[in-house]
Write a protein that binds this ligand. Structure first.
Ligand code: SF4
Length: 312
């Protein structure tokens, strides 16, 4: 395990995740993530791929395959962000990104106490500047910050692809189990937090019944929106999943099989949501590479679509 810190010049990055209805900006409070989920796409992104030399200098020789074994916290983020927001005169607000700042897209903001401390300070600064904030995590540690997160300018979401702890131990063994995440959402609801769920990424074996049961349970915490996408095994994450013994990855590693699985699961979750009565809350994250596999109009209609969330 390699742990350390790093400094970052610009803590507030414009983001293309408005494509998914998530945000217009991201703040990533670290590079690396100790949860090390085998399906994680982050190590295949330029944020990791293009920094081979920097990682090697810190003792990480293969940042893709060693994903989960290193964490460099950006401790200067609160100070740098404070300066940046004081200087900034413009703010991007797209219809689908809504000017929201996401913590985080490339790491988990509450993966441990050190990360949680930086995240809390970052949220406080963003709130002082009246920014809208989306927190996305797999760790229940965020409930210790309910005093600041129960705020109309904040929505907190947890990734809960399935409510099956046993399956989770195989796919994401170092992240807190889904039952703990669900419990955290319940506490958040009790405290008056705005909530969302990322039912992502769902593995190929999910059945219609699984989707129904999960959606039914998730509706008990009444999230404002439920994002969905299936497991994508076409980058280095496919290799990592196979290395982790997840044989199912082999069934979605070609473009054809990946697209077929995507569309099959899409149909299942849509049917399940209709039966549970929460179709209006589902927000799909179709990949532009599905082009040619479904009607272009359907694909286009989900890219850059605003969520149904209401921000004041
Ligand atoms: S918690 Fe998120 S960022 Fe961290 S490894 Fe898992 S999917 Fe990747």
């Amino acid at each position: 395990m390699t742990k350390g810190t790093e400094t970052i010049v610009n803590p507030l990055q414009k983001s293309k995740l408005n494509k998914k209805g998530l945000c217009d900006y991201v703040v990533n409070i670290a590079s690396g993530c100790l949860h090390g989920c085998s399906f994680c796409y982050v190590p295949s992104t330029p944020a990791i791929r293009t920094k081979q030399k920097e990682f090697a200098a810190k003792g990480v020789n293969d940042p893709q395959m060693e994903w989960g074994k290193y964490l460099f916290i950006r401790e200067n983020i609160p100070e740098a962000l404070s300066g940046e927001l004081a200087r900034r005169k413009t703010w991007q607000t797209t219809p689908s990104g809504k000017g929201v700042v996401l913590l985080c897209s490339g790491t988990d903001p509450y993966q441990n106490h050190q990360a949680a401390t930086i995240t809390r300070q970052t949220v406080e600064i963003l709130l002082e500047h009246e920014k809208k904030i989306r927190v996305l995590t797999r760790s229940p540690l965020w409930v210790r910050d309910l005093d600041i997160l129960a705020n109309r300018n904040v929505t907190v979401g947890m990734s809960i692809p399935y409510l099956n702890d046993e399956l989770s131990r195989k796919i994401e063994p170092h992240a807190p189990p889904p039952s703990k995440r669900y419990q955290a959402l319940k506490e958040g609801k009790k405290a008056g937090c705005r909530l969302f769920v990322a039912m992502a990424p769902t593995p190929p074996a999910m059945t219609l019944e699984d989707f129904k049961v999960n959606l039914d349970k998730l509706m008990e915490i009444d999230p404002e929106v439920i994002f969905w996408e299936p497991i994508n095994a076409r980058g280095s994450n496919g290799k990592r999943m196979l290395a982790a013994g997840l044989d199912f990855a082999g069934s979605v590693m070609t473009k054809q099989s990946w697209a077929e699985n995507f569309l099959h699961q899409w149909e299942l979750i849509e049917t399940a949501a209709r039966s549970v009565g929460c179709l209006d809350k589902l927000h799909f994250w179709p990949d532009p590479e599905l082009k040619g596999y479904l009607e272009q109009q359907t694909l286009d209609s989900w890219l850059y679509r605003p969520t149904i969330e209401q921000w004041s």
